[in-house]
Design a binder for this molecule. Sequence first.
Ligand SMILES: [Fe+2]
Length: 305
Amino acid sequence: MPFNTPNVSPASNHAIVTPGAAPVELDLSGFLYEAVDASSFTDVKSWSQFFDLVPVDPYIQEGYRFKAIAWFRVKHDKAVAIEGIDQHIAAVNELSGMNETESKKYLSSSEPTWHSKETGYSVWNLPQYAMQQSIKYNPVHGDMRREYPRIDEAIVNSTGFHNLLIHYASFFGWSDAIVLVQFQRVDCLANRVGQPTVEGFHQDGNRHVAMLIVNRNNITSDSGVSQYVMDDNGKKTDELIFDAVIPPGQLIYWNDKRVWHYGSPLTVANPEVNGGRGVRDIIIMSAKTPPANMPIGPVPEKFRK
Ligand SMILES: [Fe+2]
């Protein structure tokens, strides 16, 4: 199915985000997914080369996944800080061996790393926490702590990246959240496919998720097809509501409570080019607000200052 034809379901309402007042959140009961052209506010192509530097994900034995991550706190100035977020950050900082002075820099009572004047959102760049998912949501990786290197600082500090984070926050209009950003490459070789979703159709335990396609190179047109089916009280249904290849430059938001997502395996288009390798590079962003899933583990020793 070609992209951008009948199958898009824009939100029936919009979040209201202004610098002068606390945001009015998007009503998620009326929202399944929506695609946005990100090229107007961010230069995705310039990040493409960074994916070549992202190291292999040591938790995928077959070696087809590469991942770098970064954590942010994104809070609106006019919104009251969610106490659970500050408590959670303080607790994980302590487990990371930080003293109180250092730890405080990451709390909402401290100066943010940067600020968006147009929207009123403030952002704190958080330490390089490990990912520690609740066993409820990931049967493959359970409660294991996973350590990933940081996304390149030049990207994290760029206007295009800031625009992307603020677009995500403003689309949903949350008051305060921790955002996990994952830069992820999946590759394939002539004799080995790549799996964008190891666990098949799934949910990740977030309220909503953003995925930006950065690059598709030397993969067949039926590789990395994005598919969504409806959730029925925590169970996957067979009702396919989205089935398309999302092209580079497109950002898609979806309601992780109401739909299950999947990406089809990658196969090489032409074994004669690019060293016989195909790749698909994406950015995944997920916002976390207690009491929901807060998958933060202590900063791994090797990433401590
Ligand atoms: Fe997922």
